[in-house]
Design a protein around this ligand. Sequence first.
Ligand code: URA
Length: 220
Amino acid sequence: MNAASPRGKIQADLFAEAASNADAPQSLREAREAAATCRRCHLWEYATQTVFGEGPGSATVVFVGEQPGDQEDLAGKPFVGPAGKMFDAVLEDADFDRKKTYVTNAVKHFKFEPRGRKRIHSKPNAGEIQACHWWLHSELKLIKPELAVALGATAAQSLLGRAIPVTKLRGTTVEREDGLKIFVTVHPSYLLRIPDEVAKQAERRRFLDDMRKVKKLAGM
Ligand code: URA
């Protein structure tokens, strides 16, 4: 497990380890094609397909979610289901063009429990997050963004190499040893799960503030 260095930066050991691997893809297209047949963990067996990241290779900001949901698994695209719609609506309110950003997930296969005809989202475990880190690392290495945004705990764990208290660090930027800045915020699905409408709107405003900060930090 990684630890904060005396300078307060996070050591990204996993990142360094992956960087030395000779199999590293040379382009996002190559990475996407290789990820389509990924067998780094067992999740591929149950999912419809790998859901790789989407967006321009020149993006200055990379948003990282947890894993594809039911609709993303079927569409083969990240953040197109209910959480994606919430994300899009808040980005629009922040006057933030999603098409100029790169959107991906820490884990690239849908993990679920079958319940009748439904597939219920199941949180990826540390081993699955670590196995899939290879792909997130490859995306970041090829894009070289100004900023990566951890949307929730799973993304933060993959980006920083350790579990962090998201509620405590929310709205702040943590710098990794390799210089990559990680902005920490909540996952948009968190907003969808708040039952009380007043509380939900308050949290949506906080998320909107976070997106405005990200836009500024990424120089967009
Ligand atoms: N939740 C995520 O974290 N990612 C998606 O792509 C969809 C829902």
